[in-house]
Design a protein around this ligand. Structure first.
Ligand SMILES: [Zn+2]
Ligand SMILES: [Zn+2]
Length: 388
């Protein structure tokens, strides 16, 4: 029976043909003997059926592992602002029911016959993507996040196997091709490692891309889920780190996280002191703010990279860029190889996120607190609570 399943699922994948599509009923396919076999398994999850609805417990279908897949029992899942935006359809295009979560750490409970990187019992992690075309120039370069066909997001994408939407980490288990699964350094606390899979790589990748290291002066704008990781990572890379914040209450904390200097961005004199002095600015603010004030801090050939996503376009003055050949850029997560590199770097430097652990039943309250910036600095869900 297992052999038949594997064979048919492979055929099903290569022909990209869903025999029975459903996100409520178990998917079944016909066998040569005239019977049917299940190619999905029902698992418990937490999600929402509508933009306005609170998240609550529901059941979803996951595919049964193909030869290249691993099945991961989810132990912890970080809560990213994207989860909230998607659950509430704030970026439009949410497919319901929606199960968010893309900062996943768990344990391998099932490994397909062709799986090489993992064995049952290993700890493993999944970030923001679970597949890509693997053939375009970007996928071949290890930049799967910029895949020409569009990466398959861990949630709210179309699952190429089942044809239904992908479901994220607010669930008891997930099935992912091992190529898109990461190894977790043994020395790191598992719960605090979860946010590295989105907040960690989102800040690590631009810092690496713009060659941050000793001798570089780096500004981090905004101390939240992303910014606090940016400070830790830039510091560990050997840079001089200057944090820009609007709140005096965050000065001490920014120093504790590793900042060499903290600047209150509302104070014009303090801002002036860094005018034309920074090699790089990582802007992790998703609220409206004056981008020109930060561009002016850059030296000749300096770059400001956005990783926060303000809702409205930011006005950029030409003369914030022209006189010093400055660049205004953006960056999105990182490729799979770079995500592994980031995790290994964090293992070597003992870096994890600062977290507040919650039970899944507290997720709606956590979203409200997230909107107020009332978390230091990432909520992580203890997924054992889903079994309650
Ligand atoms: Zn995220
Ligand atoms: Zn591609």
């Amino acid at each position: 029976m297992v052999i038949v399943t594997v064979h048919i699922v492979e055929w099903f994948q290569t022909h990209n043909f869903a025999i029975i599509k459903s996100n409520i009923m178990e998917s079944k396919i016909a066998t040569a003997e005239g019977g049917t076999i299940a190619i999905t398994k029902q698992v418990r999850a937490f999600g929402t059926a509508a933009p306005a609805g609170p998240l609550k417990q529901l059941n979803i279908q996951r595919r049964k592992p193909t030869p290249h897949d691993v099945e991961i029992e989810i132990l912890f899942c970080g809560v990213c602002h994207s989860d909230l935006h998607t659950a509430r359809n704030e970026w439009h295009g949410t497919i319901y029911p929606c199960v968010p979560g893309h900062e996943i750490v768990g344990k391998i409970v099932n490994a397909g016959s062709h799986v090489k990187k993992f064995k049952v019992g290993d700890f493993a992690a999944v970030g923001c993507m679970v597949d890509s075309c693997r053939e375009c120039e970007y996928c071949k370069e290890g930049l799967e996040q910029y895949c020409e066909e569009g990466m398959t997001g861990t949630y709210n994408s179309t699952d190429p196997h089942l044809g239904i939407q992908t479901y994220g980490g607010y669930s008891e288990s997930i099935v992912v091709d091992e190529v898109f699964v990461l190894k977790v350094p043994e020395n790191l606390d598992l719960a605090s490692t979860a946010p590295l899979l989105c907040a960690g790589i989102t800040t690590y990748s631009p810092l690496r891309h713009w060659n941050i290291g000793p001798g570089k002066r780096v500004g981090i704008v905004g101390i939240g889920g992303l910014g606090h990781m940016g400070v830790k990572l830039a510091k560990a890379m050997g840079a001089e780190v200057i944090v820009f914040t609007t709140s005096p209450s965050k000065i001490e904390d920014a120093k504790r996280l590793g900042a060499d200097h903290v600047v209150l961005s509302k104070d014009k004199d303090q801002m002036q002191r860094y005018s034309g002095r920074l090699h790089f600015v990582l802007d992790a603010v998703s609220a409206e703010h004056d981008i020109n004030a930060y561009l002016k801090l850059l030296k000749v050939d300096g770059t400001l990279a956005l990783v926060g996503a303000p809702e409205h376009p930011l006005p950029v003055a030409a003369f914030s860029l022209i006189p010093k050949r400055r660049s205004f850029a953006g960056s999105m997560i990182g490729g799979i190889a770079e995500t592994q590199e980031m995790l290994d770097f964090c293992g070597k430097h003992n870096i994890v996120a600062d977290i507040e652990m919650i039970n899944i039943q507290q997720i709606n309250e956590a979203y409200e607190r997230l909107l107020k910036g009332d978390v230091k600095y990432r909520f992580v869900i203890d997924m054992a609570s889903l079994k309650k």
